[in-house]
Design a protein around this ligand. Structure first.
Ligand code: URA
Length: 234
């Protein structure tokens, strides 16, 4: 059971203040009865809410896409650094949001923020084989040996990586596709060749590409088409 004003404002269209005003103007009904107080408790599974005579279709989960800038940590709270949640616009903010997966503080690009734990698990678990693609710049030339070793599985101190795909773009840049997400994985994989990663930008999760019109630092809701692409495995 949750407060009426909290439920309505969590849907993003009305602020709590606006909900109060609607209530005092007798514009909100619960189970067809106009309400006079914003703190009544609602069971979203059973109760129906109407605003201005229109049923409120309560969405419990929200799925956001962010083009992460450098300098933000993928956490919900941090004592020292800014978190990616600080980039969520106020109208899309929900209490239980979290980043689905981690990008390092100095990594940029495609990041999903949601309040749906099961969904997050489905795109992150190595068992689900959802691929993640990164554009990487390193400080030494990319070699054919790297392509081969990435394909065969790089040995790191926490085990052998699953086969990954490396495509050379130019002398120092490559596209890397992984299906797992170990801590600092790409940096550590290139580290085995004595290479330092200078720039890392995630450009794809599943078949969802980072939209070219999503500016760095911008965050918006995913469309239903994008949501489907995100979960595609090949
Ligand atoms: N691999 C890394 O090393 N860092 C990231 O942020 C993502 C993948």
């Amino acid at each position: 059971m949750e407060r009426l004003d909290k439920i309505i404002s969590s849907q993003g269209k009305y602020s709590r203040k606006e909900v109060k005003k609607l209530i005092s103007n007798r514009k909100i009904s619960v189970n067809e009865i106009y309400v006079t107080s914003s703190n009544i408790k609602i069971d979203i599974e059973k109760d129906t809410i109407k605003i201005n005579g229109v049923f409120l279709d309560i969405k419990k989960n929200i799925y956001l896409i962010l083009n992460k800038p450098k300098g933000y940590v993928s956490a919900t709270k941090d004592n020292k650094d800014k978190t990616v949640l600080e980039l969520v616009p106020e109208n899309l903010f929900r209490k239980n949001l979290f980043p689905a997966g981690r990008l390092d503080k100095d990594t940029t690009g495609l990041m999903i923020i949601t309040n749906d734990g099961e969904f997050s698990h489905n795109i992150l678990s190595p068992k689900k084989h959802v691929k993640k693609t990164y554009e990487v710049t390193i400080d030494i030339p990319v070699t054919q040996k790297m392509i081969l070793d990435f394909k065969n599985g790089i040995k790191l101190n926490d085990g052998v990586c699953k086969p990954s795909f490396l495509k050379i773009i130019s002398e120092y840049t490559a596209i890397v596709t992984l299906t797992e997400g170990r801590y600092h994985q790409i940096k550590r994989m290139f580290g085995t060749f004595g290479a330092k990663v200078l720039n890392l930008n995630r450009i794809c999760i599943g078949n969802l590409e980072l939209p070219t019109n999503l500016k760095i630092g911008e965050c918006r809701e995913l469309t239903s088409e994008e949501l489907l692409k995100l979960q595609e495995k090949i």
